[in-house]
Ligand binder design. Sequence first.
Ligand SMILES: [Zn+2]
Length: 112
Amino acid sequence: MLSSAATPYLPAATHGSDLAATVHTAGQVATVALILTVCIALYLLTCLVWPFGKCRRCKGAGKFKSPFGNAYRHCGKCDGSGLRVRIGRKVISYYRRTHNAATNSTSKGRGK
Ligand SMILES: [Zn+2]
């Protein structure tokens, strides 16, 4: 025998049917896919209810204080609002836009 001593687990592993191993792996993939889908759905749901997060540059303050006096300037990234649109909300908006464009295909549209 060439590699029976080196790989003692190989004969036992191949002794069972390959179909069962494939089904087992497919089941694991399906489980992971299901968990991922549920997580994404929950995330999108939270993005529907709470579409904004804190701006990462100004940490939600919307402005930067000057080190001298009471002067401050607005944050350029969020235009002083301190808000950031979450990625999931952008995905939802993109989906709605394309979905509405598809369903309103019979209308004249806005033209170019
Ligand atoms: Zn900001």
